[in-house]
Design a binder for this molecule. Structure first.
Ligand code: MGD
Ligand code: MGD
Length: 765
């Protein structure tokens, strides 16, 4: 391939264009390419011309609601929830409505860039796509020749990560591909579900909200965790007078709507769950017929919880024994229309798979799985793949965005959720330790152990805000031979990249089809509403151009994305126009309840039943039944650092979005009012935080409140941005990540528990 012989030296690079500082290259000199009114509210955009409506899947958060995008004369003005979309149900959260503002953020990356100064200096020059892609291909080729394909790590998250962390990585031949939504989010849950039911929960938690009567929330802070469908379901339950039990050290938004708030001592939830099981079992409140027909290991579980009384748990959790008993009875009174939410961000203290198993055991005793008003079975839609040669390395990088479609028998078994491919191949053991853990790939970049990772391709991952211990990530960024970043904004890690490839936002591009495992499985379309702004390109195009340059042409045989999508849709008797005619969504039939299985078992475990006792865990040296393990206590003078969401922001990606920044410009430190008084700190004071290892961040504004226990503080994740290219977010609030120098590894899933850090408060700010 002629391109592969191209020789570009750094010296030539420097000559090929004027070097510019980060502010010039990725700075904030106003909108190029968009009319000035695009991001403003002049109230009359809909009178300015013909409204064009296109179909899309929101990418402001990984929940991925279907949206209608309204534009006039090539300017996007408004997005609405697609009424036909089973997730959006015609509505959209504040973040989703901020989509156009995200797209018209004047700080966006505008052009491919190559680094000219030292790593971290943020000095780049703008180059052409041809030049940037040739250079990436050349450097990748060197790594492969020198050290093999596995010396490249590929990190991915956000909507287009499949083109990179799945497709490109597998075709290229590296097993070192990871998604932040796995080991830093939901891998313990998916591991626990696979061990218990034989399949993971999947991207969309299958709570059957419409008929639900009682929900218990272990952490899950619905309302602040602003997933559209979940908020709609929760609001419906509240409206109907359903029972709400909120277990949270903080009086969260959900707790304000709850019948019972259990201000639990952080890290002790497994003890509470075991006591709940004790009450259900000893008081005969479990669904005995369901347990008999669909579960194994009940006797072992009953013996295991015999001494796990509410009094035992009360001493551990700081909760009254009566409240523990009363809430267990309340859940049982509504069964099977009664569930504990499976949770989503569950990497908390390192023993997280066991805590999640305990959640699933309670739900099983309530008889909730496959029952109306409990949990439905979420089945992935049938759709064929584009025919391709076998990959060099098989296995998805996992994560909630990766929802492999059911690609064989449309009437076949249950869906494959994240990492389901490993399960389908009959290698369930491989699931222990989950998909590759992102935080564990950092070490070989620094130490070379067990072998050196030399290159990193990072797509849509906010490296220095997402992975705990960013100081260690920085070390890795310094040690790597090649760092390529595909992003839309000048996030902090961009300054450390050698080559930056700016992607078009989701409103400006096509994507692979969204195949959503759901009660009614469905296929959803992302199409561009407008042309990409500046010199940005869609991820599918970047992946294909790169693939072709590194000799992977056979893995990218499609002419363009429309041909690719048409070919996949052919397997369901449709094409792109049909999908548009169907309002961007093709809905299929599911098999949501046990009754849909004609007596056969939907559970895919070795026993074909829900495994209350896990032989697989016993065989691999783990506790076959969940045990409570204490976590370290905060040292004197320190508070446990807790974190979570704000309804107007997603992770660390929206803090600079003009419309969302206005709603919540900086985070606050929730501090117990009594503790604040003892420290001499008042509401609104700005303080610095220092963690147990001496890492500092801030200043952050104190929210002195009775809504949090005395032993913990809380802040919204995603603030404390150091990138000067983010003109609004820069320097606002504090970063939880920078204070997370430690994490506790979950031995079963590989998840990184991040709530094992402590901070003390200094008023010197
Ligand atoms: P959790 O960690 O369960 O996250 O959202 P969730 O899955 O709801 O919830 C945080 C809550 O746990 C806080 O209220 C905190 O006080 C409480 N907590 C802390 N420690 C403990 C403890 O030891 N025990 C108990 N019982 N509670 C504790 C995450 C989810 O949010 C995820 S993973 C994604 S992908 C989405 N992201 C997102 C977003 O970025 N922004 C908004 N607005 N919504 C989002 N929704 C989703
Ligand atoms: P974001 O901050 O949203 O989080 O991890 P990330 O997904 O890494 O970063 C998204 C990145 O993608 C940003 O760099 C953004 O600019 C870029 N981006 C946005 N849109 C696009 C696009 O269209 N194309 C491309 N190429 N890039 C785009 C989330 C992860 O973080 C998760 S899922 C969880 S649950 C954990 N939450 C969490 C936490 O609460 N606290 C701490 N300290 N760490 C956490 N880590 C985990």
């Amino acid at each position: 391939m002629a391109r592969a012989q191209l020789k570009i030296t750094r010296r030539q690079l420097l000559k090929s264009g004027a070097a510019v500082g980060v502010a010039g290259a990725i700075g904030s000199s106003g909108l190029r390419g968009a009319p000035a009114h695009a991001a403003t509210d002049d109230g009359a955009w809909y009178r300015q011309g013909q409204i064009r409506t296109t179909y899309n899947v929101c990418d402001i958060c990984p929940w991925h609601c279907g949206v209608l995008v309204h534009s006039v004369d090539g300017v996007v003005h408004k997005v609405d929830g697609n009424p036909k979309d089973p997730k959006a149900q015609g509505r959209l959260c504040a973040r989703g409505q901020g989509g156009p503002s995200f797209m018209y953020d004047p700080d966006r990356l505008r052009s491919p860039m190559v680094r000219t100064g030292p790593r971290g200096s943020g000095e780049f020059e703008e180059v052409t796509w041809e030049y940037a892609l040739d250079l990436v291909a050349q450097e990748l080729g060197k790594i492969k020749e020198r050290s093999g394909p596995e010396a490249l790590a590929v990190f991915g998250h956000t909507g287009g990560d499949g083109w990179f962390a799945d497709h490109f990585a597998q075709a290229w031949g590296t097993p070192n591909a990871a998604k932040s939504s796995s080991s830093l989010c939901l891998s313990p849950r998916e591991e626990a579900a696979t061990l218990t039911f034989g399949w993971p929960v999947g991207g969309h938690e299958p709570v059957d909200w419409d008929g639900l009567e009682c929900v218990a929330l272990i952490g899950s802070h619905i309302g602040e965790d602003a997933r559209n469908t979940v908020m709609q379901g929760f609001a419906g339950l509240h409206r109907r007078g359903g029972t709400i039990i909120a277990v949270d050290p903080r009086f969260s938004s959900a707790a304000t709507k709850a019948d019972h708030w259990l201000p639990i001592k952080p890290g002790t939830d497994t003890a509470l769950l075991l006591a709940w099981i004790h009450v259900l079992v000893t008081e005969g409140l479990y669904d005995a017929d369901y347990v008999e027909q669909w579960t194994t290991g009940f006797d072992e579980l009953a013996a295991h919880v015999e001494d796990k009384t509410p009094e035992w748990a009360a001493a551990i959790t700081d909760l009254p024994a009566d409240q523990i008993r009363e809430t267990a009875r309340s859940m049982a009174a509504h069964a099977p229309r009664s569930v504990i939410m499976p949770g989503r961000h569950v990497t908390w203290y390192g023993n997280d798979t066991q805590r999640m198993r305990a959640v699933f055991l309670v739900n099983s005793l309530l008889g909730a799985y496959g029952r109306e008003g409990g949990f439905y079975f979420n089945r992935a839609p049938y759709i064929g793949d584009y025919a391709l040669p076998p990959y060099a390395v098989e296995g998805s990088a996992g994560g909630c965005a990766a929802e492999p479609a059911e690609d064989d028998d449309p009437l076949g078994d249950l869906p494959l959720g994240p990492s389901g491919k490993a399960r389908a191949d009959g290698v369930q053991e491989a699931f222990l330790r989950g998909p590759t853990a992102m935080q564990e790939l950092i070490e070989p970049m620094i130490s070379g152990d067990p072998y050196r990772i030399e290159g990193l391709l990072v797509y849509g991952v906010n490296l220095l805000h997402t992975v705990p211990n960013p100081a260690r990530t920085l070390e890795a960024l310094k040690a790597l031979d090649l760092v390529v970043a595909v992003d839309v904004l000048p996030q902090e890690h961009i300054a450390w990249a050698d080559i930056v490839l700016p992607e078009a936002t989701y409103l400006e591009r096509y994507e692979d089809l969204y195949t959503i495992a759901h009660k009614t499985p469905y296929i959803a379309l992302r199409e561009p509403a407008v042309e990409p702004m500046y010199d940005t390109k869609p991820g599918w195009w970047i992946s294909k151009e790169l693939g072709e340059r590194v000799g992977l042409e056979s893995h990218y045989p499609w002419e363009d994305i429309e041909e690719y999508l048409d070919e996949r849709l052919r397997s369901v008797g449709a094409n792109l126009d049909d999908l548009r005619d169907a309002d961007g969504i093709i809905v299929q039939d599911g098999r949501p309840y046990l009754d849909d299985f004609d007596g056969s078992s939907p559970f895919d475990t070795p026993s074909g039943k829900i495994e209350l006792y896990s032989q697989l865990l016993a065989d691999t040296g783990h506790d076959p039944l969940p045990e409570y393990e204490p976590t370290d206590e905060p040292p004197d003078g320190y508070f446990r650092l807790l974190y979570g969401r704000h309804p107007a922001h997603t992770f660390a990606r929206t803090q600079n979005t003009p419309g969302l920044h206005r709603v919540y410009p900086e985070n606050e430190l929730w501090l117990n009012a009594g503790a604040a008084a003892e420290l001499g700190v008042s509401d609104g004071d700005r303080v610095m935080l220092e963690n147990q290892d001496g890492a500092t961040d801030g200043p952050i504004k104190v929210k002195a409140t009775q809504r949090i226990r005395r032993d913990a503080v809380f802040m919204v994740h995603g603030f404390g941005q150091a990138s000067e290219g983010l003109s609004r977010a820069h320097g606002q609030g504090a970063s939880d990540t920078k204070l997370q120098t430690r994490y506790q590894l979950d031995p079963i899933s590989g998840g990184a528990g991040m709530r094992v850090n402590f901070v003390r408060i200094s008023t010197e700010a």
